[in-house]
Design a protein around this ligand. Structure first.
Ligand code: ME8
Length: 645
């Protein structure tokens, strides 16, 4: 199979921001996923360099348009490797072959009778580089740029878009996946339910010279959208190259909703006029917002990907954007949200699973993957992995990256539980259970191998590290081909390699420390690392994440229909509700007034319909085959809320 995936070509009137980065990360991830699935893939991005907007930006900068576009285009091109984005082709609309292709297509469409000359009066928005219809305006202004469009009358060339309206509608009906997600398909169909106006595709050189001259009238340059959309064809050598033959039928475009109309209406009608088959799919995503407003240069609220990479690392940025945004819907950006994902999903869940498992393999089997016992009836991880691979293929193929990642994290959390419930450290102390130990360790290693394989499109950098740590050579199909996704592909005998911690923990931004505190933290980290190799133990850092406090019980009552749970109201020092499983051992009235220890920073959970904001600590006393709980206490009264150190 072959895949051709494209991003929009970005305007060079601004430097790349998180919005551009997201679309390009999505396309890169999809390209890597299709390669993992065995496809031959071509991935293209680039820059859109003609038109009013660019000419204006260059003039403002006091340089020639060519000088200006060369500079900003290079910034885009150079920003991608830092995000582990590796396009096969970077196209510029000022490239000579693109100019020639646009002119060839214009002539072809003109000769066919699909371009005519006419007078036109309309409302023109410079920001959008197009005439807007009355309907599109909000309070008389362009909704995207908040500016009042200018009324312009011009003689211009028009493309007979209306001629292809019905063919396009029929195609959308016959191919439900042509535009996804469905909401955008519906939006386009609803737009097409009204008669289409023809598209003005020229600008008189009296007004604009920075564009591609019309081949049949050099007193006009080409409207920037008619020029830009053709990049998808130029980039594969239309019309003569084999690359074009191989890739055009499978073209998939990724865009955000801002440029839905040019891609879902102008472009397909242009293609139909050229007599080519339509592209295969249009994937449309929502906006990254900051404080409910679209991130954009004109609003001045942009987030720079390079800064995020410097602070959080490229893998974390890629993971965060793909995990956090449901493809198609808007998402809000905040630095705290990245820190939270990094600490919880990457450092805690994935990083710990990796370090605990590999530390045990190093300790118990000298870093060599042992053979599992074939008869062992232990399919917890293998069964989960099998269903995960199915969900993964489906979700990644459907651009549901957040879903694919959520299912991968289910396997990670299951594997972390598997360690706790199988207690490999106990198995290692019992020579009779060595075979069982080997099976457990094999299963953990195979889980890590699968995770490395599946996460590769999203976090290529960290996966290279993980593969190295697992003793798998770079480029080995075990981590680069979904053909090896079946459980058990890894052979025993592989020798592990020691690597550094994958995701060292970070402070949330709010709590960022002063330099001298950082020094202390470093010291702490060192001592924590010493204990890291003793599996089953937690690190000092992990312990520090727990917030323990003294709480005073101010009220207690039984919870209806539960003979185990009491609802406690405690002061710590603020008042909160905690549900405790102590009803079999304490009557509500006998504990009011007591001071107990609580875990104060647990995520709230609902138990029997009551939200519990923490957990009370108690000793579990095992006696004669049954157990009871005895509440924790302090040896002398202290102010409610005192921290437990
Ligand atoms: O429109 N959230 O270029 P452009 C998510 N040159 N994605 C965003 C975003 C945001 N806040 N802001 C920008 C153009 N993007 C034309 C395209 S294609 C033939 C010509 C991303 O520089 C998203 O992919 O304005 C959006 O569609 C694109 O940048 C617009 O880039």
């Amino acid at each position: 199979m072959t895949t051709y995936i494209t991003t929009p070509i970005y305007y060079v009137n601004a430097q790349p921001h998180l919005g551009h980065a997201y679309t390009t990360i999505v396309a890169d991830t999809y390209a890597r996923f299709r390669r993992l699935a065995g496809d031959t893939v071509r991935f293209q991005t680039g820059t859109d360099e003609h038109g009013d907007k660019i000419a204006e930006a260059a003039a403002k900068d006091g340089v020639s348009p060519q000088e200006y576009v060369d500079r900003i285009s290079a910034m885009f091109r150079e920003s991608w490797p830092a995000l582990d984005i590796v396009p096969d082709n970077f196209i510029r609309t000022t490239d000579a072959d693109h100019v020639a292709t646009v002119q060839k297509i214009l002539q072809q469409v003109y000769d066919k009778g699909d371009i005519y000359f006419d007078k036109y009066t309309g409302l023109y928005c410079t920001g959008c580089e197009r005439f807007l219809t009355e309907k599109e305006l909000v309070d008389g202004k362009c909704p995207d740029h908040q500016t009042v469009p200018e009324e312009i009358t011009e003689q211009n060339y028009f493309f007979r878009m209306s001629r292809y309206q019905q063919d396009l509608i029929d195609h959308i009906h016959a191919n439900p996946e042509f535009i996804t997600p469905e909401r955008y398909r519906n939006e386009v169909l609803s737009f097409l339910s009204e008669p289409l106006e023809d598209l003005c595709i020229s600008r008189p050189t009296s007004r604009l010279t920075w564009g591609i001259p019309l081949p049949f009238d050099d007193s006009f340059v080409t409207y920037v959208w008619f020029d830009a959309l053709i990049n998808y064809l130029t980039g594969i050598g239309y019309p003569d190259s084999d690359i074009f033959q191989r890739y055009w039928d499978v073209a998939e475009h990724v865009i955000a909703k801002d440029i839905l109309k040019p891609h879902a209406i102008y472009w397909p009608t242009m293609i139909l006029s050229m007599g080519l088959p339509l592209y295969k799919k249009l994937h449309v995503h929502g906006y990254w917002n900051v404080d409910e407003t679209k991130m954009s240069k004109s609003i001045g609220n942009v987030v720079r990907p390079a800064e995020l990479v410097a602070e959080f690392g490229v893998d974390c940025l890629r993971y965060f954007t793909l995990r956090e945004m449901s493809f198609g819907l808007d998402s809000s950006f905040s630095a705290d949200a990245i820190v939270a994902r990094r600490n919880s999903d990457l450092a805690n869940d994935l990083g710990n699973l990796f370090s605990r498992s590999t530390a045990m393999l190093n300790k118990y089997t000298a870093g060599v993957v042992p053979a599992p016992v074939a008869t062992e009836d232990d399919t917890v991880l293998s069964a989960k992995a099998a269903s995960l691979v199915e969900t993964y293929r489906q979700s990644m193929g459907d651009f549901q990256f957040h879903r694919a990642l959520a299912s991968i994290w289910e396997l990670i959390s299951l594997a972390n539980k598997y360690i706790v419930s199988n207690e490999p450290w106990a198995l290692a102390n019992d020579p009779e259970r060595e075979q069982r130990l080997h099976t457990v360790l094999y299963n953990l290693h195979e889980t890590l191998r699968l995770l490395t394989l599946l996460l590769q499109p999203v976090m290529p950098g960290i996966c290279r590290e993980m593969a190295k740590g697992l003793g798998i050579a770079e480029g080995d199909p075990l981590v680069t081909s979904l053909d090896t996704a079946a459980w058990g592909a890894l052979l025993p005998g592989t020798k592990l390699v020691k690597i550094d911690a994958l995701f060292p923990r970070m402070e949330t931004r709010k709590k960022q420390q002063a330099p001298q505190q950082k020094k202390k933290q470093k010291k702490k980290k060192k001592s924590a690392q010493k204990t890291e190799n003793m599996e089953g133990l937690i690190t000092f850092d992990q312990f520090q994440d727990l917030e323990l406090r003294v709480a005073e019980i101010v009220a207690a009552e039984a919870i209806k229909k539960s003979d185990r749970l009491l609802k406690l109201t405690v002061k710590a020092p603020e008042e909160r509700t905690i549900v405790a499983g102590i009803a079999e051992y304490y009557k509500p009235e006998e504990i009011v007034g007591q001071q107990v220890l609580i875990v104060a920073n647990l995520k709230p959970v609902k138990l029997m319909g009551v939200e519990s904001q923490g957990m009370v600590l108690a000793a579990k006393v095992e006696e004669g085959g049954s157990s009871r709980l005895v509440l924790s206490a302090v040896s002398a009264p202290v102010p409610a809320g005192a921290k437990v150190a």
